[in-house]
Design a protein around this ligand. Sequence first.
Ligand SMILES: [Zn+2]
Ligand SMILES: [Zn+2]
Length: 697
Amino acid sequence: MMRSTLIICEKPDAALHIAEALSEYGEATKRQKHGAPYYQIDTKDERIVVCSAIGHLYQVDAKGSSERRNYPVWDFTWKPKHQVERGQRRQELWLQAIAELSRGVDTYINSCDYDLEGSLIGYMILRYACNGADQIAKRMKFSTLTGRELREAYANPMPRLDFSLVDAGMCRHEVDWLYGVNLSRALTESAYKFSQRYSTLSTGRVQGPTLRFVVEREKEIMTFVPVPYWTIEALVEIDGREMAAEYQVERLEIKSEAEHVVEKSSGRTGRVEDLESMRHRLVPPAPFDLSTLQAEAYRHFGFLPTQSLGIAEGLYLDALISYPRTSSQKLPTTIGYREILSALSKIPQYEKHSSSLLSARALRPNEGKKTDPAHPAIYPTGVSPKRRLESPEQKVFDLIVKRFLATFSSAAIRESQKVTIRVDDLRFLVRGSRILEKGWIELYEPYSKLEEIILPPISVGQKATFKKVSAEKKFTQPPPRYNPGSLLRLMEEENIGTKATRAEILDTLYRRGYVKGERIVATSLAFKVSELLLRYCPKVIDVAFTRELEGMMERIESGLEAREHVVFEAVEHLKPIIEDLKANENEIGKELTETIKEMKMAEITLRTPCPQCGSRLRVLRSRRSGKRFIGCSGMWKNGCRFGLPLPQFGVLTLLEKDCRECGFQLIQVKTKGKRPLISCPKCFQAKRQSISSSRSG
Ligand SMILES: [Zn+2]
Ligand SMILES: [Zn+2]
């Protein structure tokens, strides 16, 4: 009898790569069962079947039949996803296919991504769809989908599943479910019981504290009192060349002092008193971990973190880069620096720099501090794209390749110069800087840019004439709003959430209407939810508690903590919190309902008042035709009939900006798959009227 092996992957693309890699051992055929593709490879003495999940096929749910609105709920169990959520027919069929493929198999291998989620996905399938095979299954570990690494991982699998990762993954899902379900239902139900209207409100173990960061920052900005200060800038001429100079004190707090400096220096001639130059060594950047990649992609391309992660995962599934969900900034030698660089040197745009690195005697990456037990930092595999990459993919790929090259390069050397000019007892500074050695900066272009200010030769004692001196009044600035990149970094610094879930939590905040804009602004609903949570259950938005729990869950990964114990602790913490919420349902419901109402009203109320009667204008819907239009709220008071038509399709947003022509508030209409259209409702109507009158005339 021939031996048989079943390999379970996380996604169909990964299954294809593994099948391709193993096809070196025998004939591979692609087949299908219940619509799920799988691969069969027949070697001399073994039949290998490679199949895949489509993400999570199991999830946590309330024990028994679950009434969706009840809370609190403490008893949970794992169920096939299709039994919990609607529209999961495909998942149901895939599970059935895997169950059938698992019959009569000798060896099982979990080959999902090597991390919490992947370990869990494989474990659940092996345990429940493959008849308890989790106890005998092996584990493949790899960081790229290249043939070489996959064959090696297949030849030398870990003898058992990584049960501590499985436990940590299960615990995370269970604890998050307990929090999410109980807290979100408490909020949603309170609002529903009060208003009989249903709006989905949510909070969670990580979501609550994250929202709190945004709200706190918003409060800081709102209460910030700007303080004026003055800066002094000058234009000096030395040896016929003009250059910018600044007063030696950067900020002057008193106006008269600033005026005094201007008066005492304008039009005068001073002398160069001192020259100073310093050399700085700029070390190459560390290789990318996920969050630095996300931050850099946001900075250069404006990609949101979830978007960058999605693109990176696509590149990984094309075997172009290593596994992107990593927090490591290390590149072990085992990845084969030389092999990768010589492969990259075959891609025209990377040829020059790859070859120059290869000619160096020793290759040493400038590694960062962060580590990850499961994967190295993100690096290109050297495989060249087999298809034309879409523009965003091309951008992220280029960024990753250049970062990789830069990290092996030499330091850049910058020289900064400081020229001190004295006129009476006042001192001004002229600053210059230039790059002496480009080093890694050249390899990382255009993502690295250092500005140079080249000064002419200057010597001590030279005359310097002050052509123009001016004092400028400025104000101290409030702290900046978070952007998606900086908020993710903060979550990481505060150690809440995981690299896999942070971006998703951010998305939820947007979807629930808690935050808006790229410069993240907390909405009034966010303020209210945050305030209510702080009042009734401060522990939920307490970062310290979240972090404590996070620590416990990390200890499960290293086998130092038992999953059952952590879940028990979490429930013990939650119970009194939920009881408090329940006891205050009425008040919470009232406040939430009012806020939601206000927000909905604000969303449809224009800033521009009615040009005929001065009342508020709103976006309304006609009772008769169902069409939306701008109507005047004065109608019920004074019978004002002012109105403007609106586009009927697409998502309508009232913008902050006003029309340049007529001053009316601008609107934006976004139809799926199209670029948003910005227009002025008033000018639009005027244009329409003039067209129709010219037609009739
Ligand atoms: Zn009116
Ligand atoms: Zn206008």
